[in-house]
Design a protein around this ligand. Structure first.
Ligand SMILES: *Cc1c(COP(=O)(O)O)cnc(C)c1O
Length: 399
């Protein structure tokens, strides 16, 4: 009986992300805004004009649904979109520099986890890595020395999940762009997270925006749809029309294209950016990231009694200051002041802590926190619905 009923159980279920990492890759990254969810249901339920021009009645291009929005928002001449940013990088490298050398600073040979490493993606795309400079310092002259008749592309990769500090030097987007013009070699920038807004306006540290890097002179910029942009998983490629046209004609583009659900969600997310004053209300990612410690603290205080009664005799519960982070590699050293529910097993044992963590993980809607120094912490930055958590906690006794 257990085996038969297990067959009907979903393996993919919603969970409560209480880790303090807002864009948690293992927990599905960005929460989609309501309008994007509605669009997905509307479009996925039946047929749509995904690749059909309603005015002329001829075959269309699925990219047209996001093209004018994205060119307006980024200032790019042209855009295209694929399944994720890893695909975007692969496709761009393969199109722009197959069989040729790609110059990149040794300080930017990023690994982002899940086996995405620049040297390996470079090899799979058929390009030859020409690493230049040193890990901590790369100069304009290193590019000049490396550029030869085999050079197909200058690449900068945003070091999204680490920082090199101390005796360092990096060649700026402006300076690489100037070199690219001087030597007539295209310049591609992989921004990783990539944002369309100045994060300083939301009390966060600055991340290079897509607009800035394009206006500095990058020919092609790639970034994720489900990191700071706050949308569905996608990889966006923005840049010069002539290069984007070549990218779109690559047969790999067909293999990496997005489906109608992604298109529907991405369109709605981009539309929110047309109205910056309301963005923070409508885009969950930005709302979470800019949420004040005081606001999170008031949620924590409201939740405390619920946790206390659920864990009576099992664990001590308190509200403590905590640090959340953006996640997905954006501003990796940036800590956002936050508040957490701290749960410490009464007998202080490691096994009691593990049992508790597993009980929370086995709730109908699993609650995922983080373990730290013998305690379980639930960071409440991404919780706004206190009742939903309270309902879950009622199930804890049954574990
Ligand atoms: C995250 C990231 C990628 C990959 O993006 P996905 O959308 O996860 O495929 C590529 N490059 C950099 C620098 C990144 O931070």
């Amino acid at each position: 009986i257990a085996e038969l009923s297990a067959r009907n159980e979903d393996t993919l279920v919603p969970v409560l992300n209480l880790t303090g990492t807002v864009l948690h890759t293992n927990l599905g990254r960005a929460y989609l805004p309501e309008k994007a969810l509605e669009a997905v249901t509307r479009i996925a339920r039946g047929a749509s004009n995904l690749e059909f021009q309603l005015d002329s009645g001829i075959r269309g291009d699925r990219d047209e649904h996001i093209a004018s929005l994205l060119t307006e928002l980024t200032g790019a001449e042209s855009v295209t979109v694929v399944n994720n940013n890893a695909a975007a990088v692969l496709l761009c490298l393969n199109t722009l520099a197959e069989g040729r050398e790609v110059c990149i600073s040794r300080g930017e040979l990023v690994e982002i986890g899940g086996s995405f490493r620049i040297p390996e993606v470079m090899a799979k795309s058929g390009c030859n890595l020409a690493e230049i400079g040193a890990t901590n310092r790369t100069h304009r002259d290193d590019y000049v020395k490396a550029i030869n008749e085999q050079t197909g592309l200058l690449l900068k990769v945003h070091t999204s999940n680490y920082e090199i500090r101390g005796f360092t030097n990096e060649v700026s987007y402006d300076d690489v762009a100037a070199l690219s013009r001087e030597y007539s070699v295209p310049f591609m920038a992989d921004l990783g997270s990539g944002t369309l807004v100045n994060l300083e306006d939301y009390g966060l540290a600055h991340e290079p925006t897509v607009q800035e890097v394009l206006s500095a002179g990058a020919d092609v910029v790639t970034f994720s749809g489900d990191k700071l942009l706050g949308g569905p998983q996608a990889g966006i490629i923005a840049g010069r029309k002539e290069l984007i046209d070549r990218i779109k004609q690559n047969p790999l583009k067909r293999a990496l294209r997005v489906d109608k659900m992604t298109m529907a969600a991405l369109t709605e997310v981009l539309k929110l950016y047309l109205n910056p004053e309301k963005l923070i209300e409508e885009l969950p990612t930005l709302a979470f990231l800019s949420r004040s410690r005081e606001d999170i603290a008031s949620t924590a205080e409201a939740m405390l009694p619920v946790f206390e009664s659920a864990l009576q005799g099992i664990a001590n519960v308190a509200v403590i200051d905590s640090q959340s982070q953006i996640g997905s590699g954006a501003l990796p050293l940036d800590q956002l002041p936050s508040c957490a529910i701290e749960i410490t097993p009464i007998d202080g044992s490691d096994s009691a802590l593990r049992k508790l963590v597993s009980a929370f993980r086995n709730l109908p809607t699993p609650m995922i926190g983080r373990m730290q120094d013998g305690r379980l912490l639930f960071d409440l930055r991404t919780v706004t619905n206190v009742d939903a958590v309270a309902t879950q906690l009622k199930n804890l006794g049954g574990q």
